[in-house]
Ligand binder design. Structure first.
Ligand code: UDP
Ligand code: MG
Length: 330
């Protein structure tokens, strides 16, 4: 066992040189599911003669999942367990898994047996048709209708409207990606749900396939209704990123200018009334409106400039190009 500064990675002695598929699974208190899950993934991938590795990220479990993973990783050559220091949440857990994945293709699924690993080969062959991301669609989803299906239906519709990526089911964890695509994306907060949207911003080709879905057999769901609100906030972030990531001034600057212009026109009109016609304007609501519009305009405009600076820092500090190359033909 070896300890590193950031997290504890348990590796088996024999490594698969470069697996073609890395299966990344976030695990938070899923002790009863673990061995079934890993067995199922291994069986289906081996049956399809795929080179694979399984990367389970233990997200600070307290139910014995950690010890179970330690045990399993010791006995298997195809399993790598990444143990995080505490519970960070599903997105950081997945990000950790992506970091240790070495496959050319990365598959993700939940650790609670709600997804069927048997669907991974289907998604992979779809990916082979020339997509960068293939997302599962839980067509017959086995979750509670009122607390899960309804909010999810609304969220899916809204996400589709806002991001311009038309999928039936964003929440499905069962997805496969080309590794280059993952390398281009940074994950924050709870953004894993928006990976297709982020991928779309990065210019990815995206497909969706119906997959199987089962009711949770062991343990319990880690989420409640509060998630809906957080999803909405994340959606706003995504919307902003999609719209203004490289050109915030186009949004804020324009509104700022319009607002300033309206304020100026009203101001000129009021000045004319005062100086030209000698009317009193001190008690007119229009005066307040004119001043407000002008001030808001300046604020929006300067906010746009600031955002522009921040976006540049964002791109340059990370050496993020503002374009993505799909391929180079010589
Ligand atoms: N999960 C995690 N960290 C968390 C919450 C969840 O790694 O803080 C994992 C969890 O173990 C499961 C997956 O993320 O493998 C999805 O969680 P869950 O099944 O509770 O979500 P649901 O299917 O109810 O939407
Ligand atoms: Mg689940």
């Amino acid at each position: 066992m070896s300890y590193s500064l950031s997290s504890d990675v348990i590796e088996t002695s024999e490594k698969i040189a470069f697996p073609s598929v890395s299966v990344v699974v976030p695990i938070y208190n899923e002790v009863e599911s673990l061995s079934h899950l890993i067995e199922a993934i291994a069986t289906t991938l081996a049956k399809n003669e795929l080179d694979y590795e399984i990367i389970c990220v233990d997200d600070g479990s307290q139910d014995g999942s950690t010890e179970m993973l330690r045990q399993l990783a010791r006995d298997r050559t195809d399993l790598k367990a990444v143990i995080l220091r505490r519970n960070y949440g599903q997105t950081p857990a997945m990000a950790a898994g992506f970091q240790y994945a070495r496959g050319r293709v990365i598959a993700t699924l939940d650790g609670d047996l709600q997804n069927d690993p048997g669907d991974i080969p289907l998604l992979l062959s779809k990916l082979d048709e020339g997509y960068d991301l293939v997302s599962g669609w839980r067509k017959q989803r086995q979750d509670d209708a009122l607390t899960r299906l309804l909010p999810s239906k609304m969220a899916n519709w809204l996400i589709g409207q806002v991001t311009g990526v038309k999928l039936h089911d964003y929440g499905c964890s069962l997805k496969v990606y080309r590794a280059e695509l993952i390398a281009d994306m940074n994950l924050y907060g709870e953004l894993h749900r928006f990976l297709p949207a982020l991928a779309y911003i990065e210019g990815a080709r995206i497909a969706e396939l119906p997959v199987r879905h089962y009711a949770r057999r062991y343990g319990q769901s880690k989420y409640g209704l509060g998630r809906t609100f957080r999803v909405l906030m994340d959606l706003l972030t995504i919307y902003f990123m999609k719209k203004f990531l490289t050109k915030p001034m186009h949004g804020f600057g324009l509104f700022g200018l319009i607002s300033m212009l309206l304020g100026t026109v009203l101001g000129v009109y009021l000045t004319f009334l005062k100086l030209g016609l000698g009317q009193s304007i001190g008690n007119r609501p229009l005066l307040i409106l004119a001043v407000l519009l002008f001030l808001c305009g300046i604020q929006l405009f300067s906010f746009g400039l600031l955002a522009e600076l921040m976006m540049r820092t964002y791109h340059e500090s990370q050496k993020r190009p503002i374009y993505r190359v799909r391929e180079i033909i010589e």
